[in-house]
Design a protein. Structure first.
Length: 573
C-alpha cells in the first residue's frame, strides 16, 4: 500500500526529514532502507524474545510476521528486543527478586528505545508473566499508536493419561519430599510437562494478562488464544502490524483506549476466569501510566461483583488451549457482556467498540470450559480483595477452587520465603496454622517474590486449604490453596504483618473480604514502638535502585510519578 504520509505531526520527522536529518538517514541507508521506507512512519516492533524459557522462544518468529503487516500497510518496521525474567526458572531462589523489577525495566527500556530513535508507533510482543504488563504499561506511557500481541500459550503435557503443566511439576516436588512420588516419576514428569513453546498453560499470570489485553482493547480480538506453536499466530501477527498503521492514520492512541471503564472490563475478565492475583498489581500500574486512580481496592470492587464462569486451572480443570478450542477469550467477554458486567462501548485497537468486536460470538453448548453467565461456577469472582487491621492497605486471595472461604488459626512467622520453604519441606508446621512470610514486599524483599515453590510444596503434601499462607510478597498465578498476597503496608515499612509473633490468632474471611489479627490497637501500637527495620542484602545494583523508588503494592508497586506528573507525552514533543 503506497501512501503519502504527512510527517509534520509524527515524531520520526526528527530523524528522517530535512537537511538536518542527513546524518540520521545515512544510518538507515547503511541498513538497506530505500528513500521511500525512510520517509514512511517508523514502527517499533518490540519483543521479549530470548532463550531463557519456552514462553519467549517463539516471539522472534512472530515479530517477522508483524513486520510484514507493517510493511504491506505502508510503514517501516524497526525490530528490537528487551529483557524478560521468566518466573518458572526464577522461582524459589534469589533470582525471583528480579521478576517484578523486570516489569518496570521492560517498560523503561522500550520507552528509551522508542524515544531515542523517534519511532511513531509500537507493536509489542510478550510471552512471560511480567513482560505482558510491562509492554502494555509502556504503550500507555508513551501514548503512541500501539498494538499488543501475546506470544501464545504452551501445549499441555501428558502424564499417566492426564494433562499436566509446570505447576504439576512444582507440586510434585512436595509429593516427592513426603514419599508420595518416586524420583523416577518426578523425572518422567519434568521431561514431558512442557512439550512446546509458549507460556504456562493454566490461567496463571501470562494467560490472565493475555485475556486482559483483549478485554482492555489493546490487542486484536482472538489474538490471545492460539497456542504458540500454531501457525495461525503468525496471521494475527501480520494483522497486528496492519492494525497499528490504521491507528497512526486515524490517530487512535492507547489513552483513548485505556480508560476507567476499560480497566474495569479488564478486572472483570480476571475475576471471571479465576485469573492470577498478580493482576491486582498490574492493572493499577497500567492505570497509573494513564493518570487514572485504579488501585487494588478498585480492582477488588470489580472482582467482588463479577461471576466466575471459566473453568480454568489452577482452580478449575482446563488450560488455555481448551479455552481457545471453545472460542477463546471472546466467549468469556460475550457472556460477561450479556450479563451486563462489561462496558460495551469502550474503543479498541480495531477502531471499533468492544461490543462491535464481539458481534456474532456465541458460547458453544455441550462444553464446561466456559459456563453461562446465568449459571456461573461461583456468583462472585475467582479473586477477592481483603482489608482489615492486618492489611490496612489491602491484600488479595484467589478463591477459585476453594471450598471453605473462612480460615482462623495461629500465626507461624517466617522472615523470608526460604525459612518457610525449609519448614514446609520438613513438615515443621501443624494443620490449621497460618504461615506468615514477611519481608518479601516490593521494597523490603526486595522485589516482591512469588511463593509458588512453597505453596506448591504444601499442595503436594495434601495440605492445600488445611493451612493458610499470608505474605507481603506475591503468589504465582499457578498458586492454589488459602494463600493471601500483597499484604500492605509491607513489613519493611512497619506494616502490621511485621509486628506479628508466633501464636497470634489470624482470621481470614474471603466471604466478607476481611483479614484481621486478634490483637488490640494498644498491643499493635506497643509492638510498633519496639519494631526495628531490617537490612537486606541488596545494597547496590539494579535491585537496590528499584528499592529507592518503588511504591506500595496497593498502588501497583510503581516506580515513577506516572501520567499525573507529566508536562507532555512522547508523541507531543
Amino acid at each position: 500500500m503506497s501512501q503519502k504520509w504527512d510527517k509534520s505531526k509524527l515524531v520520526s520527522r526528527y530523524v528522517t526529514e530535512g537537511a538536518k536529518s542527513a546524518p540520521h538517514r545515512a544510518y538507515y541507508y547503511a541498513m538497506g532502507l530505500t528513500e521511500e521506507q525512510i520517509h514512511q512512519p517508523l514502527v517499533g516492533v518490540a519483543t521479549c524474545w530470548n532463550e531463557a524459557a519456552p514462553c519467549n522462544i517463539a516471539l522472534s518468529r512472530q515479530a517477522q510476521s508483524v513486520k510484514k503487516g507493517v510493511d504491506v500497510a505502508g510503514g517501516t518496521p524497526r525490530e528490537f528486543t528487551t529483557i524478560t525474567v521468566t518466573d518458572g526458572i526464577a522461582m524459589g531462589h534469589e533470582g525471583m527478586r528480579s521478576s517484578l523489577v523486570s516489569r518496570d525495566v521492560i517498560a523503561d527500556s522500550v520507552e528509551l528505545t522508542m524515544r531515542g530513535h523517534c519511532y511513531d508507533a509500537l507493536v509489542g510482543l510478550a510471552g512471560c508473566d511480567k513482560s505482558l504488563p510491562g509492554m502494555m504499561m509502556v504503550m500507555i506511557r508513551l501514548n503512541v499508536p500501539s498494538v499488543f500481541m501475546y506470544g501464545g500459550t504452551i501445549l499441555p503435557g501428558k502424564f499417566k493419561g492426564k494433562d499436566v503443566d509446570i505447576v504439576n511439576v512444582f507440586e510434585a516436588v512436595g509429593q516427592n519430599a513426603v514419599g508420595k512420588m518416586s524420583d523416577e516419576d518426578l523425572h518422567e514428569l519434568e521431561c514431558i510437562a512442557c512439550p512446546s513453546a509458549g507460556a504456562c498453560g493454566g490461567q496463571f499470570t501470562a494467560n490472565t494478562m493475555a485475556c486482559v489485553s483483549e478485554a482492555i482493547g489493546l490487542a486484536l480480538p482472538n489474538s490471545a488464544g492460539a497456542p504458540a506453536p500454531y501457525e495461525s499466530r503468525d496471521e494475527y501477527a501480520v494483522a497486528s502490524g496492519e492494525a497499528v498503521m490504521r491507528l497512526i492514520r486515524d490517530n487512535i492512541r492507547p489513552r483513548d483506549i485505556v480508560t476507567r471503564e476499560s480497566l474495569e472490563n479488564a478486572a472483570a475478565v480476571v475475576a471471571a476466569t479465576g485469573g492470577s492475583t498478580n493482576a491486582g498489581l498490574h492493572l493499577p500500574a497500567m492505570a497509573h501510566e494513564a493518570g487514572i486512580d485504579f488501585d487494588l481496592h478498585a480492582v477488588a470492587e470489580i472482582f467482588k461483583k463479577t461471576p466466575l464462569i471459566a473453568n480454568l486451572r489452577p482452580g478449575g480443570k482446563y488450560v488455555a488451549k481448551d479455552l481457545y478450542e471453545v472460542g477463546g477469550v471472546g466467549v468469556v467477554l460475550k457472556e460477561l457482556m450479556n450479563g451486563g458486567f462489561l462496558h460495551k462501548d469502550c474503543l479498541t485497537v480495531t477502531g471499533k467498540s468492544l461490543a462491535e468486536n464481539l458481534e456474532g460470538v456465541k458460547r458453544p453448548e455441550d462444553q464446561d470450559v466456559v459456563y453461562s453467565i446465568k449459571t456461573p461456577i461461583h456468583p462472585t469472582g475467582g479473586v477477592v480483595g481483603l482489608k482489615g487491621n492486618l492489611c490496612p492497605e489491602g491484600a488479595i486471595v484467589k478463591i477459585a477452587g476453594l471450598e471453605e472461604l473462612v480460615f482462623e488459626g495461629p500465626a507461624r512467622v517466617f522472615d523470608g520465603e526460604q525459612a518457610a520453604f525449609d519448614a514446609v519441606q520438613n513438615r515443621a508446621y501443624e494443620i490449621g496454622d497460618v504461615l506468615v512470610i514477611r519481608h518479601e514486599g516490593p521494597k523490603g524483599g526486595p522485589g516482591m517474590r512469588e511463593m509458588l515453590s512453597t505453596t506448591a510444596a504444601l499442595y503436594g503434601q495434601d495440605t492445600g486449604g488445611k493451612v493458610a499462607l499470608i505474605t507481603d510478597g506475591r503468589f504465582s498465578g499457578g498458586t492454589r490453596g488459602f494463600c493471601i498476597g500483597h499484604v500492605g503496608p509491607e513489613a519493611a515499612v512497619g506494616g502490621p504483618i511485621g509486628l506479628l509473633k508466633d501464636g497470634d490468632i489470624i482470621r481470614i474471611d474471603a466471604e466478607k473480604g476481611t483479614m484481621d489479627v486478634k490483637l488490640s490497637d494498644e498491643e499493635l501500637e506497643q509492638r510498633r514502638k519496639e519494631w526495628k527495620p531490617r537490612t537486606h542484602n541488596y545494597q547496590s545494583g539494579a535491585i537496590w535502585k528499584y528499592t529507592q523508588t518503588v511504591g506500595s503494592a496497593e498502588k501497583g508497586a510503581v516506580t515513577h510519578p506516572g501520567a499525573e506528573a507529566e508536562t507532555h507525552t512522547f508523541v507531543d514533543l
